[in-house]
Design a protein around this ligand. Sequence first.
Ligand SMILES: C[S@@+](CC[C@H](N)C(=O)[O-])C[C@H]1O[C@@H](n2cnc3c(N)ncnc32)[C@H](O)[C@@H]1O
Length: 328
Amino acid sequence: MSKPEGSEQTAPHIPVLLAEVLAALSPLEGARILDGTFGAGGYSRALLEAGASVVALDRDPRVAPFAAALKSEFPSRFSFVAGAFAELDELAGGPVDGVVLDLGVSSMQLDEPGRGFSFMREGPLDMRMAGEGDTAADLVNTLAEADLAALLFAYGEERKSRRIAHSIVAARAAHPIATTAELARLIEKAIGRKPGEAHPATRSFQALRIAVNDEFGQLVEGLFAAERLLTEGGRLAVVTFHSLEDRIVKRFLDPEKSAAPQSRHLPQVVAEAARWVEIAKARKPSAAEIASNPRSRSAILRGARRSAAAARPVNRAGLGVPNARGAA
Ligand SMILES: C[S@@+](CC[C@H](N)C(=O)[O-])C[C@H]1O[C@@H](n2cnc3c(N)ncnc32)[C@H](O)[C@@H]1O
C-alpha cells in the first residue's frame, strides 16, 4: 500500500497489543466495531481484515489521509468521523458489537515537533490533539502558581510539582515560555536530572497534555458512551498508558470490587446489577513486543463483555479521576 500524503516525514504508529485487542473483541466476522481512537488505523485495518465493519473516530483532523486510504480499500465496511469521545453517541450511528479505545498520543503526534507533545523535540508548546482550545503554553503562562503545582501533581504524579511551578512562574515574569525545549530545560534546572532515570520533564509534560486535551473528562465520557452503545454481549477493549488512566478503567468496569468497604454502622447499599461481565485480567505487552516497540512498554489492556443491565448515567464519582484545581 502506498503511504497516504502527509505521512512521509513521520513513521506510522505501530499498533500496541494488537493480537490481544483483536482477541478481546472477538468474534469479529460480521461484527460492527467502533474504533474510538483511529490514529494511523492499525486496529481498524486489522479489524476489517478479520471481517468486521468499522466505524472509526479521531479528534485529530490530521489522521484524515490514513482514513481515506482505508476507505478506498474497504469502501462498504469502513467509515470515519472526526470527533471526540464526548460526541460518541451521535457519531457512532447506532448500536455496536465492540468498542476499542487506545488512549494517549499517536507516534505521528509525538514525533512531529510542531505539535509540541515531546520534550525531546524543539517546537511550540502546543499539545492540542484537535488543534483547538488552550495550548500548553497558555496554561504554563497564565495559571496561578498553586494551580499549576496542583495540576502537575494530580495529572503527572509529580512530587516536585511546587518547585517546578515556582520556577515556571519566576521564568515567565521575564518572558512567556514558548517552546517545549525551553520548558524541558527549565524543569531540569528546577529539579535536576539523575542518570538512568526518565527525563525530569516526563511527568510535567504528561500532566499538561492531559489538561490541554481534558483526557480524563473525555475518557469518562467515552466509557459511559460505550456502555450505552454496546449491544448485550458486546465487547469493550481499552488500552491505557499510565496508572491514572488504568485506575479509571478498572473502577468503571468493576465498581463493586474497587469500592471502599462499607461501614457496618451505615445502611447497606443494595448491590446493583453488573453492567460488565467476563472482566478479563489486565494484559501487558510481552518482552518481545516491548523490544520491537519500546513505546508499548507502559500499555495495559482491559476488556469486558456488556451485560443486559441498563446503562448507568455518566458519573465521575468513584472512578478515581484525579482532581486538579484550576485545570480543565
Ligand atoms: C494511541 S493513538 C491510536 C493508534 C491506533 N490504535 C493505531 O493503531 O494507529 C490515539 C489516537 O486517539 C486519538 N484520541 C485521543 N483521545 C481522543 C478522544 N477523546 N476522542 C477522539 N480521539 C481521541 C488521538 O488523536 C490519537 O490519534
